[in-house]
Design a binder for this molecule. Structure first.
Ligand code: AVI
Length: 324
């Protein structure tokens, strides 16, 4: 039996079940089987990702936080006070909340697909900052950025931290940046822009360790995708038959995560099946890394005029304020 719900809420989408089945089956049947990284984020997957952010090997979260800490005055100076802060993928709103004292936004718009979670987080933040107008918007911003009429047009600052842009291919990233730029253009003042965190190419050992932590949290995060698929499409993946693999692909400048079959096996799901030879894999995520120059070129191609950049002392991570 396929799951009874009519639709399932994923990290960034709300998709009818038959569309999910179709999409996942098609990916699993490809010569290189693959699934969308959004399937990594069921309730447990989201918690495991939060745990990843605490790991000593996973440098992006704390490096980005260090940049915010070290350069908050300079960032505030670049961004200016009194903006309309639009938080893309706000989650618990914690990252944006840290910027409030320095940026003093006039309006805060938290966007996420998870409506209930979002409303609670926004309500809590509103208590701490009663002077800031706040709203939570339940929107799939990976598809569309059509903002409500209630969002002020003045000085829009889109906020996209955490190097989530890396989970798009560069061409998807370009489309996404173009959409943000278009939204900035509809703003009635010129000084709208984007504040974005980007993971930079660095020593391969550092990157490989970040996706192969000693505690095995990233392995669990990756393997949990199979449990999610079992529920979503009635599959029979046995986790003990699969192994996490994460490595830097230096040709594509990306970390690839795969789940590798430990032995020859057949996986079945509602209306479908596939044989996997020992060593064959399911490709579950890409995390693209950029040079500063490559990302600045992407921003320019998307229409942004000029960008201010802050990096950590190791030059592992970059925070970028791009002016529309
Ligand atoms: C959400 N995203 C930016 C993370 C990343 O690093 O690509 C997801 C992740 N995958 C494995 N570890 C963390």
């Amino acid at each position: 039996m396929l799951m009874p719900e009519l639709a399932v809420r994923l990290k960034d989408e709300f998709i009818p079940v038959d569309k999910i089945l179709e999409e996942i089956s098609a990916g699993l049947r490809q010569p290189q089987a693959h699934t969308s990284p959004k399937y990594l984020y069921d309730a447990l997957g989201s918690k495991l990702f939060e745990a990843i952010c605490e790991l000593p090997e996973y440098y992006p979260t704390r490096t980005e936080a260090g940049i915010f800490e070290a350069y908050q005055d300079d960032i505030a100076c670049s961004v200016g006070y009194g903006s309309t802060l639009i938080d893309l993928g706000a989650g618990n709103c914690a990252k944006a909340a840290r910027l409030f004292p320095a940026l003093r936004p006039e309006q805060y718009v938290a966007i996420d697909i998870s409506a209930d979670f979002l409303q609670i987080a926004v309500a809590q933040l509103q208590q701490r900052y009663p002077e800031v107008a706040m709203m939570g918007l339940c929107l799939d911003f990976s598809e569309s950025l059509a903002l409500s009429q209630q969002v002020r047009r003045e000085r829009r600052l889109f906020f996209y931290p955490g190097s989530s842009i890396g989970n798009y291919t560069p061409s998807q990233a370009l489309q996404f940046l173009r959409r943000i730029h278009n939204e900035c253009q509809t703003s009635s003042q010129a000084d709208s822009g984007l504040l974005i965190g980007v993971d930079l190419i660095k020593n391969e050992n550092v990157m490989n360790a970040a996706y192969n932590d000693a505690l095995g949290v990233t392995a669990s995060f990756n393997l949990n995708l199979l449990l999610h698929l079992n529920r979503l499409i009635g599959a029979d993946f046995d986790l003990r038959q699969w192994q996490h693999c994460g490595f830097f692909n230096s040709t594509q400048n990306r970390i690839e995560m795969h789940l590798v079959a430990r032995q020859a096996l057949t996986a079945t799901w509602h209306g479908g099946a596939r044989e996997f030879a020992q060593g064959e894999s399911i490709h579950t995520e890409n995390s693209y890394k950029y040079t500063q120059q490559a990302f600045l070129s992407l921003l320019a191609e998307a229409g942004f005029q000029k960008s201010k950049v802050w990096v950590d002392p190791n030059q592992w991570f970059m925070l970028c304020h791009a002016h529309a």
